[in-house]
Design a protein around this ligand. Sequence first.
Ligand code: SF4
Length: 286
Amino acid sequence: MVDGDSKSHESASEKLEAIADVVSKCRKCPLAETRTNTVPGEGSPTAEIMFVGEGPGRDEDLSGRPFVGRAGKFLDELIQSLPMRREDVYIANVVKCRPPGNRDPERAEVDHCSDYLRQQIEAIDPLVIVPLGRHALGWFNPSLRITASNGKIFRHEDRVLMPLLHPSAGLRNPSNAEMLREGIHNLREAILEGIRAKREAKAGVMANSIHESAPNAIETEAASNVLAEAPKADAREAPVGLFERAQTSEEVQAEMRKQRAIEEAAEAVESEDPKVVVDDRQASFF
Ligand code: SF4
């Protein structure tokens, strides 16, 4: 466990290694016949931000690592502009083997492979997922259009989606590059919204355990749509310092861990979680 970090580094890391091991031997679809290496993904097991592309290209197939070609270099530049480091986030793809000739993965290939991505998301438990490009976005929410959604914030289950154009689109067209550079800076608002989504999901679980009523899917969808159109979060709500330019990457990471720990501690107290022990001496300070 990283000091002050509410997520378990060791257990997420072990789960990701186990997934990568299964992927390395996987032959569930025809892409196994043409791949050089599987490309399971890489990055921090406790990342709060997860980037998801469609599938590996030639450079990734040769190296076994995601986003290492020219598009990957542009993605690195975008991440560093936050400021963060590539090692602070997690980068994966919907399919883990290269489709030959860089064609789009076929539906059956996505269906065979995407359970690995589901398992990775569950292990990492990020606040924000950034689908990169039309195909990755389509896997999460086929009703969204990538150009219209670039840099916007959507609720997705108990976390947040913030789609971006694929970095290769930015290499082809300067206006796309500008959209990417502008869009990625909405991650600050996306993280705050992700913290709210986690808090509400936990509150919802508690309410459901009392009322035994399922969440209303129509209301959830309506809330997602409203959020997508909503103005950006009021800066006055923002925790001090998060993603200010003067911060280093380590400070940004520490700030995110702190915010998450504060939210979880507040929830634990509200829910009278038995793990939170307040003895008489401590209670006198409240
Ligand atoms: S693309 Fe996915 S499902 Fe197909 S062989 Fe590779 S790891 Fe297995």
